[in-house]
Design a protein around this ligand. Structure first.
Ligand code: SF4
Length: 705
């Protein structure tokens, strides 16, 4: 009806990196109906089951509504409700004392791809420009930092050169380490429809598991876990010998092919052996790839979450560079991000080794430009600690204060019991959250209530670099505040100017101006430039329609890459196995990932009964023969143990699992009768370039609980 249409508010889904537009119609102070936004160019009104159930996840049960401090400062001590002033005075006072005594690197922020770009911008500015340390890292480190590192090595800038509509015009799509059907369902539906319309379009899935995505595949290559570099090195070698090579593109726009080919000296037969695949299947994939000009290689966590994650990304990109299949419609390497605003966080430099606006922390002229723009008292001059290293430094007593915002590292980090030890040793743990009781909040000395999805305002950027507004449609509950506002209030207590923002649009304008700062061919050129949006006033910002950057053009349509010489780089990738291999006491390989209907640690999706129906509890997928050897039966509870820790889950046969592997979902937490945190089992090994943990490969044993 008319009044409901009038109240309908366009916002974005808070879950995966597809970034679907939704329309919310408030039905009272704590409820709303939610449907797909037909005008949003990323989803055209379609939503997956998680997005469709958003209306069921609202309500204030379990919400953190007031600032609190812990009596006695010890975990387990009682929490006392206090005013915002008292909470912030205590947090800022203790933070300042620690910095004064131990220096800026003794404090850290650990933030989240759930934050809006404006929140992220302020957090990054506070740490790098004012505290003077790059100790700000994010749970996006666990998700796509290998893609960022691979892009920077190949292109000179963190750039994703594919749009969603390219998926519809491609003649072949290769999905590597991605269960798109469950993890990015609206993108999968777009591919499904394209394939229905053009049955000749090919889909190849490369994944050790036979997932739901494989149902649509023309070819599934169940590679041995961790061997993707062998497969793509073999493809590079194969392509380099055939007619698919784009010699003019290589000569005019790239460097380093010979070095990459030296590292990729492998035959299809050797690839088949290393990857445990039939050689006919390897050749079928290679021949198809070589023969198809419009090919997209989409990759996700199976590539990124690896101790060789960055090399896997570059091995894929090398195959697109040798064929010149990049920067044109229907082709290119495509990093599919997991979180709703992983891309926005990258734009503002929200990782410990990045600066804002796609500028580099390790380049003095970039640091000088950002400091001058901010007019800040200092600028961090070396990379900060990445997520896993950060919590190890807290346990070692080197980092004494940490502020955790919108994330739950006690569940989500690898070796999660180490996080418990770290937080119980820290002098100061501040946690900003929307939920009162989480595994992490139990260790907070100061708890700060933040606005949740339905209440907050700002922008997010999705996997195709499309900036969309997220708009609040319910009133702020209790004393909850926007994350950017909490950060600004904290910064002002530390005596920092530069945080006098009155509205999220002021922050967005500054962020947009910085993206254009010195962004010229004879200065510090980069593709990321949203300077055209810097002049939006508050009304125009509120009305902003989804907009993709670079505005009005395609990434790399000019065949110019972001190195000073304008050329892309082939990166030699020498194959190496995962750091910890299965055998002896731990004979099985643990793989982790999402299920179809849950998100992260389920603080939101766990509230919708309909979403629990698909997978009501945690499980371990096990091949029936492995189950027999482990002495566990389908439906029984089992303990999954590694040398780092253990957890309990119900045994399931099936799930497309191969012998020698097990799969456990990431969502369940430690607040159940039996600890179901798979993070406690995962090895803390990381990729040496990106720092991304090896979530897909931990040696484990399984026995009866
Ligand atoms: Fe939300 Fe992702 Fe589903 Fe779209 S595909 S509705 S962004 S969870």
């Amino acid at each position: 009806n008319l009044s409901q249409q009038h109240l309908s508010i366009a916002t974005t889904c808070p879950y995966c990196g597809v970034g679907c537009g939704v329309k919310a119609v408030p039905q009272g102070p704590q409820s709303a109906t939610v449907s797909g936004d037909v005008d949003h160019p990323s989803n055209f009104g379609r939503l997956c089951v998680k997005g469709s159930a958003l209306g069921e996840t609202l309500g204030l049960e379990g919400r953190l509504l007031h600032p609190q401090v812990r009596e006695g400062g010890q975990p387990g001590g009682a929490l006392r409700q206090v005013s915002w002033d008292e909470a912030l005075d205590r947090a800022a006072g203790q933070w300042r004392a620690i910095v004064d005594e131990h220096g800026p690197d003794s404090v850290a922020l650990y933030v989240s791809g759930q934050l809006l770009t404006e929140d992220y911008y302020v957090a990054n500015k506070l740490m790098k420009g004012y505290v003077g340390s790059a100790n700000i890292d994010t749970n996006s480190r666990l998700c796509m930092s290998s893609a960022v590192a691979g892009h920077k090595r190949a292109f000179g800038e963190d750039l994703v050169p594919v749009n969603y509509d390219d998926l519809e015009s491609a003649d072949m799509i290769v999905l590597v380490g991605s269960n798109l059907a469950w993890c990015h369902p609206i993108l999968f539906q777009r591919i499904m429809r394209a394939k229905e319309a053009r049955p000749d379009m090919k889909l190849v899935v490369i994944d050790p598991r036979r997932t739901a995505t494989c149902e649509l595949a023309d070819l599934h290559l169940p590679v041995k876990p961790g061997t993707d570099v062998w497969l793509f090195n073999g493809l590079l070698a194969y392509l380099s010998r055939g007619e698919a090579v784009d010699a003019a593109f290589i000569a005019n726009h790239t460097r380093g092919l010979n070095e990459a080919l030296e590292a990729a000296d492998i035959t299809p037969e050797e690839v088949a052996k290393a990857c445990r695949l039939p050689v006919e299947d390897v050749l079928a994939f290679y021949e198809s790839f070589a023969a198809t000009a419009k090919v997209i290689t989409g990759f996700s966590m199976g590539v990124n979450q690896s101790s060789a994650g960055t090399d896997k990304v570059n091995a894929i990109i090398n195959c697109h560079l040798v064929t010149g299949r990049i920067g044109k419609p229907g082709m290119g390497p495509f990093s599919i991000t997991g979180q709703p605003n992983a891309m926005g966080g990258r734009e503002v430099g929200g990782l410990a080794n990045m600066l804002a606006a796609h500028l580099d922390l390790d380049k003095p002229e970039h640091r000088a430009a950002v400091r001058e723009f901010w007019d800040s008292p200092r600028i961090a001059d070396k990379p900060g600690l990445k997520a896993v290293d950060l919590f190890q430094a807290i346990e070692a007593g080197k980092v004494k204060a940490v502020w955790i915002i919108a994330t739950n590292p006690m569940v989500s980090l690898p070796d999660a019991d180490q996080v418990r030890r770290a937080l119980s040793k820290a002098e100061l743990v501040i946690a900003s959250d929307v939920v009162q009781d989480t595994d992490t909040n139990a260790f907070a000395h100061v708890l700060l209530p933040a606005l949740a999805w339905a209440e907050k305002d700002g922008t997010v950027t999705n996997s195709e670099r499309r900036i969309s507004r997220q708009r609040g449609f319910l009133p702020a509950p209790g004393e909850a505040r926007a994350d950017w506002k909490i950060l600004c209030d904290f910064a002002q207590r530390l005596g920092y100017d530069g945080f006098d923002f009155q509205h999220q649009s002021d922050i967005f304008a500054e962020h947009a101006r910085l993206s254009a700062w010195r962004n010229a061919p004879d200065a510090l050129p980069r593709v990321f430039d949203i300077g055209a949006l810097a002049s939006l006033d508050r009304a125009a910002y509120d009305a902003l329609q989804p907009v993709q950057w670079p505005i009005g053009r395609r990434v790399f349509d000019d065949r110019r890459f972001s190195f000073p010489d304008g050329r892309a780089r082939f990166v030699p990738t020498v194959p190496r196995l995962p750091v910890n291999t299965a055998g002896g006491e731990y004979p099985l390989v643990l793989n982790t990932g999402r299920v179809r209907d849950q998100w992260h640690t389920m603080t939101r999706t766990g509230r919708a009964p309909k979403l629990a129906e698909h997978t009501p509890e945690s499980f371990v997928d096990l091949h029936p023969q492995d189950a027999l050897l482990c002495g566990v039966r389908d439906g029984e509870l089992a303990r999954i143990s590694s040398q780092w820790g253990s957890m309990v889950a119900r045994v399931r046969h099936g799930g497309g699992i191969a012998r020698g592997s097990v799969f456990v979902p990431i969502h369940w937490n430690g607040q159940t009768a039996s600890d179901a945190r798979v993070g406690a089992v995962v090895n803390p090994v990381v990729d040496p370039v990106s720092g991304e943990p090896e979530f897909k490969h931990t040696p484990v044993m399984v026995d009866r609980f």
